[in-house]
Ligand binder design. Structure first.
Ligand code: PHE
Length: 446
């Protein structure tokens, strides 16, 4: 007997919070602000906005539309919608790939979420206080070398994620984003407020926004396009799953625009919060893990109020990671729940345990299994590359190609409530511009 499992978001607002929670993650905090500063300031922001409008927005809308039409997990959604349109069942592979990507990414995303938890605790216990650069670097390397500690924090993080997702869409996901998203906003504003009075806000503004048009080369545009894709959590089954809980009355285009604006604002403001701290302490800029787990802790450890600021910052990072992580587990759980006789709780436990187990392989690649390589990459890098370079772009590409080329055109125009100009714009973007954008990024990343 088929189980009746399908939930629905209780309002457009909670859907926006959940989608924004997925979109706002490590990429917004450790990558975007740095890209802006290094790649032409306002000029880069403009290019990024164009990329996100021409590539990100159409794919986001396409994934939501497919999910909402299918009302099921990504795999069954793709099979059902393809069947309704008289297309091959093989489109179900798009769903399979999406769910697989979410599963794999969560396994190592959780390891990083664990670092964030560990540094949240570290900032409370004063682990960074008065330490010099070598000691802070050693702290991070020491964490990576210590498989037991990594396992502990990875497990704690996964338990939090499982605990939230097991409670379902309404009590679990919505409950979590209703509290964590406002908290995220407040934490960020407090940090920016501090930055404004740090004496280095002007420097930050000119670093981030002075337009430098000469910096804009082909590779910068590619990087902007890649970031636009990654930051919206596309090509990983997430937006298909989130769309499957979406009511018919919600306007997809305006909702997508709202999520994109919030995501971009968050990324820009994150830069305004982070760089004053880096500049005030005369530290070198870097991006990625080095910025978050080495440069910033060094700053926090050597400034007045650093304990509080460090705590607020790592809480911010942890919340951002958690709301993204629950969105990664959801498509996997939805699939297990609907395709097996398991209840929501058991489906979450099974999917969560499998993810946790794969995460152990990822974390061991920093220490005990450092020499184990797959195609010349550590396990962590292999999982990262397989998903972000190959499966993600291909899945997103397939979703937009399906919507652009294989869905009944009038139906799409009606669903998006488009006039004739809008229909033409949508047609050109979904058929040509967005797919070509993804193909270019895909090929150039190989
Ligand atoms: N979209 C998130 C960000 O910008 C990252 C993310 C990736 C979230 C994969 C979920 C899945 O950081």
């Amino acid at each position: 007997m088929a189980k009746i499992t399908h939930a629905q978001w209780s309002s457009r607002l909670t859907f926006i919070l959940a989608a924004t929670g997925s979109a706002v993650g490590l990429g917004n905090i450790w990558k975007f602000p740095y890209m802006v500063g290094e790649s032409g300031g306002a000029a880069f922001v403009l290019v990024y906005l164009i990329c996100i409008a021409l590539v990100g927005l159409p794919i986001l809308v396409a994934e939501w539309m497919l999910g909402r039409r299918g009302q099921k997990n990504p795999i069954n959604t793709m099979i059902d919608v393809a069947r309704q349109e008289g297309r091959s069942k093989a489109w179900g592979l798009v769903g399979v790939s999406g769910v697989l990507v979410a599963f794999i990414i969560l396994s190592f995303y959780s390891v990083i979420g664990g670092w964030s938890l560990s540094y949240t605790l570290g900032s409370v216990t004063g682990a960074f206080s008065g330490q010099d650069a070598d000691a802070i670097g050693e702290l991070f390397n020491g964490l990576l070398a210590d498989s037991g500690t990594l396992l502990l924090w990875h497990s704690v993080f996964m338990i939090l994620v499982i605990g939230i997702v097991a409670r379902g869409v309404t009590a679990g996901l919505e409950g979590a984003v209703r509290t964590m998203m406002p908290a995220l906003g407040i934490l960020l504003l407090v940090l920016v407020g501090y930055g404004m009075f740090s004496g280095h806000f002007g420097e930050t503004l000119s670093f981030m926004f002075n337009p430098d048009w000469s910096a804009l080369g082909g590779d910068i545009i590619l990087a902007a396009m890649g970031q636009a894709f990654f930051t919206l959590s596309l090509g990983m089954g997430i937006m298909l799953a989130y769309g499957s809980y979406l009511g018919k009355e919600v306007n997809l285009l305006s909702t997508a625009a709202t999520v994109i604006i919030l995501d971009t604002l968050f990324a820009l403001v994150a830069g305004l919060a982070i760089f004053p701290i880096v500049f005030a302490n005369g530290l070198d800029l870097s991006s990625g893990p080095g910025l978050i787990f080495v440069t910033l802790p060094l700053a926090f450890g050597n400034m007045t109020g650093g304990v509080i600021l460090g705590l607020l910052f790592f809480l911010l990072l942890t919340f951002a990671a958690l709301t993204s992580a629950i969105s990664l587990l959801e498509p996997v759980v939805e699939t297990v729940e609907e395709r097996t006789p398991l209840s929501r709780t058991w489906a979450t436990l099974v999917a969560g345990a499998a993810t946790w187990a794969l995460g152990i392989a990822a974390l061991l690649s920093f220490n005990a299994w450092a020499d184990v390589t797959l195609l010349g990459l550590s396990i962590f890098d292999f999982l990262d590359n397989l998903t972000s370079k190959y499966l993600m772009p291909l899945t997103g590409l397939a979703a937009i190609v399906f919507v652009g080329w294989f869905l009944n055109k009038e139906g799409v125009v009606q669903e998006l409530k488009l006039g004739s100009t809008g229909a033409l714009l949508w047609h050109v973007t979904s058929r040509f511009i967005a797919p070509i954008g993804v193909i270019i990024v895909f090929i150039s990343s190989l």
